[in-house]
Design a protein around this ligand. Structure first.
Ligand code: ATP
Length: 198
């Protein structure tokens, strides 16, 4: 089985994430893509984030119509800071024979060598890296140490300059977020009054 792991804060999930997951699925012929929201991102320990339950539920709503997409609460359940290497090893023990892929955007690839135990991640997973407007994939690849670069498979994707930060800012200032994320996610944000506070 070919399984893609897609970690992030997903606060909220948006069409940039969904397109990256879909194009990664197609490029690497993945049977399943697991969306894995971080309880606490190692890079964002000081920031306030929406409750994990909200981020999880928005992901469930956004992915429910794609049979290849699943949401995993493994990092939420584990508690503490969410390290991708721990998650990869946990998934590996569940699926010893699977071919594992880690899905990430070009901006995340830049920081990859500084993550916790990147060599463990690169040993277990092919890195499926999507382009992201304003982030140069070629430059990120050129700066990556060779053992990691050899594990990268680029995912050519429709460039979508959508970010969760921009969506939160739009909600806070009363602007439209239509067509940036699926309608059921927008309804959830409104119903639960998310992102109204800075
Ligand atoms: P924020 O604006 O809060 O930083 P984000 O929109 O970048 O959030 P994350 O949850 O941090 O979302 O991203 C998870 C993963 O998805 C990262 O690997 C990131 O590179 C990738 N990603 C996010 N948005 C896009 C996009 N528009 N195009 C391609 N990749 C994306």
């Amino acid at each position: 089985m070919r399984i893609g792991l897609f970690g992030g804060t997903f606060d909220p999930v948006h069409y940039g994430h969904l397109r990256l997951a879909e194009e990664a699925r197609e490029t690497a012929q993945l049977e399943r893509v697991l969306f894995i929201p971080a309880r606490v991102s190692p890079f964002r320990t000081a920031e306030s984030r929406s409750a994990p339950e909200h981020r999880l539920e928005m992901l469930r709503l956004a992915t429910q119509d794609n049979p290849a997409f699943e949401v995993s609460d493994i990092e939420i359940q584990r508690g503490g800071v969410s390290y991708t290497a721990d998650t990869v090893l946990a998934i590996r023990s569940l699926y010893p024979n699977a071919e594992l892929f880690l899905i990430l955007g070009a901006d995340s690839l830049r920081g990859f060598p500084y993550w916790y135990a990147p060599e463990v991640i690169a040993r277990e997973c092919t890195l499926l890296v999507g382009t992201r407007p304003e982030y140069d994939l070629e430059e990120a690849l050129a700066n990556l140490p060779e053992p990691f670069r050899a594990r990268v498979q680029p995912v050519p994707m429709t460039p979508l300059g959508i970010s969760a930060t921009e969506i939160r800012a739009r909600v806070r200032t009363g602007r439209s977020i239509r067509y940036l994320t699926p309608p059921n996610v927008i309804e959830y944000i409104i119903r639960h009054r998310l992102y109204l506070e800075p």
